[in-house]
Design a protein around this ligand. Structure first.
Ligand SMILES: [Zn+2]
Ligand SMILES: [Zn+2]
Length: 154
């Protein structure tokens, strides 16, 4: 399904939800929910934590400080960004308009204090909401990849 509204109100794009933010940061680190739970769960609590993490990523549950703290040992994200997105998520439109909107990569959700590490060092902004590490990886903008120079793998 293509986006028929492209071009209209592009400035008023709703902010990423806090759950989506955590999911994108987790995915960017290459971990599945179970990987994360195994890393931070207390003994015997893994299944329960998997359930909680899934609810958190669907924005059905919000992270407690204890889980937020533990999550930082599993993958990189900025807890301040999570807090800002949570504020935006629970505010009505008028209140949200007065809150800070964090600058995030729309693909991997990296941010100023939480950049991707690339071969050339930390990523930088390529567009207002796209980081240099994700250029070409954006599923929203299909582009014809040049096939020149491609090498056959055996
Ligand atoms: Zn990115
Ligand atoms: Zn990045």
């Amino acid at each position: 399904m293509s986006d028929p509204n492209a071009g209209t109100l592009s400035e008023a794009k709703p902010p990423m939800t806090p759950g989506t933010y955590l999911r994108k940061r987790r995915e960017a680190s290459g971990l599945c929910v179970l990987d994360v739970a195994v890393r931070i769960a207390a003994p015997g609590q893994t299944a329960r934590l998997v359930r909680s993490l899934n609810e958190i990523e669907r924005d059905e549950l919000h992270v407690t400080d204890a889980i937020l703290h533990a999550l930082r040992h599993a993958f990189a994200f900025d807890p301040q960004i999570y807090a800002q997105l949570l504020d935006l998520h629970v505010s009505d439109a008028a209140a949200a308009a007065m809150l800070p909107h964090p600058q995030l990569c729309r693909v991997c959700a990296c941010s100023w204090h939480d950049p991707c590490q690339t071969d050339d060092g930390p990523c930088h902004w390529q567009e207002r909401d796209l980081c240099s590490a994700c250029v070409g990886a954006d599923p929203g903008e299909p582009e014809a990849a040049p096939a020149s120079g491609e090498r056959q793998a055996a």
